[in-house]
Design a protein around this ligand. Structure first.
Ligand code: ZN
Length: 551
C-alpha cells in the first residue's frame, strides 16, 4: 500500500508545490518590481543632480526593499520549496533559488544587522575624513598618490607611504569589531563565517575559487617575478640604491597594485578632439548591438553637482538602461564609455521574455567581464587603427608599447588581487591571529615586496574594500579571466583565420550575435559557472588570461 500511496501522492504534492511557488513569486514580483524601479530612478536622480532629497528617497526605498527580503516567514517558505525540491519546471526552480539567495543574507537578526550597518557606516566615515600626516603636513589621498608617482627623494616617498597607512591603525579596532559582528551574524545563519556566507549568497564556493586562484598563481609566478626583477633593476637605478635596499615606498602606489607609468605611452593624444560618445555608438552599431536607446536616456557630460564617476544602471529590466559618464576626449574616458556600454548591452539585450527574477546578469562579475572585454579596446592598436583612422605605421608603434603596458598592468593587478583574496579569507576564518604579520607574509609571497624592518602595524586595514565591499574583491579578477576566456572563444569560433592577435572586433556582427545569444540572452537562467560552460565549452579558467597577457 505504501509505495502506491507515495506514487499517488507525489505528483499531487509536486503540483501543489508548483502552484504555491508560482503564486508566491507572482505576488513577490508585484511587490518588489515597482520598489526596485523607484529605487533605481531615485538613485539616478541623486547621481545626476546631487540633490539631498533624491538621496533620502533612495535610502528610504532601499529600506523598503530590505524589509521585503528580511521577512522570516517568506524566507522559511522559500527555503522549504528549495529543499523539498520537486519543482519540475527548471525555470521555476531557478526563480526559487534566486529568491532564496536574495533573502538569505537579509535574515540576520535585526539587532545585529543594525549594529553592523551603523558600525560599517562609522568606519567608512573615518576613511573619508582621515588625513595621514607627513611631518606636519596633512596629505589627501591624491597628494600621496602624486608623491609616489613622481617624487625622486626617498625620504619624502617614505613619509608619504607611511602617511597612507595611518588610516589603517585608526580604523583597525573598529574594522575588527565589524569582522567579528559579521561572523556572528553568519554563524547564526549556519555558516562557518561571513566570508562563507558571502560566497554562498553569490553562488560561489571557496574550493572552486581556490582552484582558479591556484591556477592563476602557478601560471603567473615565473613571469611575474621575471618582470619584477626588471622593474626592480630600473627602480634601483632611478633611486641610486641596490636592489636589496628597495622598500615598499619605492613603488608607484601605496599597495603596488597598478603598473608603473611608462614615459613613452601617451594614449590620450590619440583621442584629443575626438567624440568618444560617437565612437562608441558607431562601434556598437557595427557589431550589431546598437546602443542608441541607451544613449538617449544617458547622462554623459560633466555638470556641477553631478556624480564625477561612471556607472550603468538597468532601471526596469524592460529596456530602460542608462549610463552616467563625465566624458572628455581622452583614452581613459574612451575606455570608460566602452566599459559602461558593455554593461549596457548586457542588460539591454537580455531575453526580455524571461521572468522578471531572471532578467538580470548571471553574476556581478559576468557583467564586469563584458564591460572589461569592451573597455580593453580603447588601447587595442587594431581597434584604434580602424576606429580612429590611424596610418599603419602609428599602429605598429602602438603595438610595441601597448602590449608591454597591458602585460604589466594585468600581471601586477592579478598578483595584488591574490593578496586580497587570501587575506580576506583568513581574516574571517580567524580574526584573532596575527594579521599584521599575515599581511606582509602574503605581500611578500605574491607581490615580492618585503616588509620594512621591524614594522608591526595593521597596514591591511588601510585598504577600504575590507570595510565597504567585503568579500567581493576576487570578482574583479574573475571578471578579467572571463573577459579573456570569451575573447579566446570568439577568436576560435567566430573571427576569421588568424584574427586572434589582431582582433579588433570592429564591424564583427558575428561577435555581437555570439555574445548576445551565448551570454546576454540567458540572463540569470543558469548559475554563472554553468552559463560559462555553455558559452565557451569549459569552466572558468585562468589559462586564457595568461595566454592573452602573460605569455
Ligand atoms: Zn564595471
Amino acid at each position: 500500500m505504501i509505495p502506491l500511496c507515495c506514487a499517488l501522492l507525489l505528483p499531487g504534492c509536486n503540483g501543489h508545490n508548483t502552484r504555491a511557488a508560482r503564486r508566491f513569486i507572482d505576488e513577490h514580483v508585484a511587490r518588489i518590481a515597482p520598489v526596485a524601479q523607484a529605487a533605481n530612478l531615485a538613485y539616478w536622480e541623486a547621481a545626476t543632480s546631487g540633490e539631498a532629497k533624491a538621496y533620502d528617497r533612495y535610502a528610504e526605498l532601499e529600506l523598503q526593499k530590505r524589509r521585503i527580503y528580511s521577512n522570516p516567514e517568506e524566507y522559511a517558505f522559500i527555503k522549504k520549496m528549495k529543499e523539498q525540491g520537486g519543482l519540475k519546471d527548471p525555470v521555476l526552480a531557478r526563480e526559487i533559488e534566486l529568491l532564496y539567495l536574495s533573502y538569505l543574507p537579509n535574515q540576520m537578526e535585526p539587532e545585529l544587522l543594525r549594529e553592523i550597518t551603523s558600525l560599517s557606516a562609522e568606519v567608512e566615515k573615518q576613511f573619508s575624513t582621515f588625513r595621514g600626516t607627513a611631518g606636519k603636513k596633512r596629505l589627501t589621498g591624491n597628494e600621496i598618490e602624486a608623491i609616489l608617482k613622481t617624487e625622486k627623494r626617498t625620504a619624502v616617498r617614505r613619509e608619504a607611504w607611511l602617511a597612507s597607512k595611518q588610516v589603517g591603525a585608526a580604523v583597525a579596532p573598529d574594522l575588527l569589531r565589524l569582522v567579528r559582528l559579521r561572523n556572528k551574524a553568519a554563524q547564526k545563519l549556519g555558516f562557518r563565517n561571513y566570508h562563507a556566507l558571502s560566497l554562498a549568497a553569490g553562488e560561489q564556493d571557496q574550493k572552486e575559487l581556490d582552484k582558479i586562484f591556484e591556477e592563476l598563481y602557478d601560471l603567473t609566478n615565473a613571469p611575474f617575478f621575471a618582470l619584477k626583477q626588471q622593474l626592480d633593476a630600473e627602480l634601483a637605478q632611478r633611486f641610486h640604491i641596490r636592489i636589496e635596499e628597495l622598500q615598499p615606498w619605492h613603488y608607484q602606489d601605496p599597495f603596488f597594485q597598478e603598473s608603473p607609468m611608462l614615459q613613452d605611452v601617451d594614449l590620450d593624444g590619440y583621442y584629443a578632439g575626438k567624440d568618444v560618445k560617437q565612437l562608441a555608438a558607431r562601434f556598437y552599431q557595427g557589431i550589431g548591438l546598437p546602443i542608441d536607446s541607451v544613449l538617449i536616456r544617458s547622462d554623459l557630460y560633466e555638470r556641477e553637482g553631478k556624480n564625477p564617476h561612471a556607472f550603468c544602471t538597468d532601471i526596469d529590466r524592460a529596456g530602460d538602461v542608462r549610463i552616467l559618464c563625465n566624458l572628455t576626449d581622452s583614452e581613459r574616458w574612451m575606455e570608460t564609455m566602452l566599459h559602461e556600454a558593455g554593461h549596457g548591452v548586457y542588460s539591454y539585450y537580455l531575453d526580455r521574455s524571461l521572468p522578471w527574477l531572471l532578467r538580470q546578469e548571471a553574476h556581478a562579475f559576468t557583467t564586469e567581464a563584458i564591460a572589461n572585454f569592451f573597455g580593453r579596446l580603447s588601447r587595442n592598436p587594431w581597434w584604434m587603427e580602424q576606429m580612429l583612422g590611424l596610418p599603419p605605421e602609428q599602429r605598429l608603434k602602438l603595438e610595441q608599447v601597448s602590449g608591454t603596458y597591458a602585460r604589466l598592468k594585468q600581471l601586477i593587478f592579478s598578483r595584488w588581487a591574490m593578496v586580497m583574496y587570501e587575506f580576506e579569507k583568513e581574516l574571517y576564518a580567524d580574526p584573532d591571529q596575527d594579521l599584521n604579520a599575515l599581511w606582509w607574509t602574503l605581500v611578500e609571497k605574491y607581490q615580492g615586496i618585503k616588509k620594512p624592518a621591524g614594522r608591526d602595524e595593521p597596514d591591511w586595514a588601510a585598504k577600504i574594500h575590507f570595510t565597504i565591499a567585503p568579500c567581493y574583491y576576487h570578482n574583479y579578477v574573475l571578471g578579467e579571466l572571463l573577459a579573456s576566456q570569451l575573447h579566446a572563444s570568439l577568436v576560435k569560433s567566430v573571427l576569421p583565420e588568424g584574427g586572434g592577435k589582431s582582433a579588433s572586433y570592429v564591424g564583427s556582427v558575428q561577435a555581437g550575435a555570439w555574445l548576445r545569444s551565448r551570454v546576454f540572452a540567458a540572463g540569470a537562467l543558469y548559475p554563472w559557472d554553468e552559463m560559462i560552460k555553455r558559452a565557451t565549452g569549459e569552466p572558468l579558467t585562468a589559462r586564457y588570461f595568461v595566454a592573452q597577457f602573460v605569455n
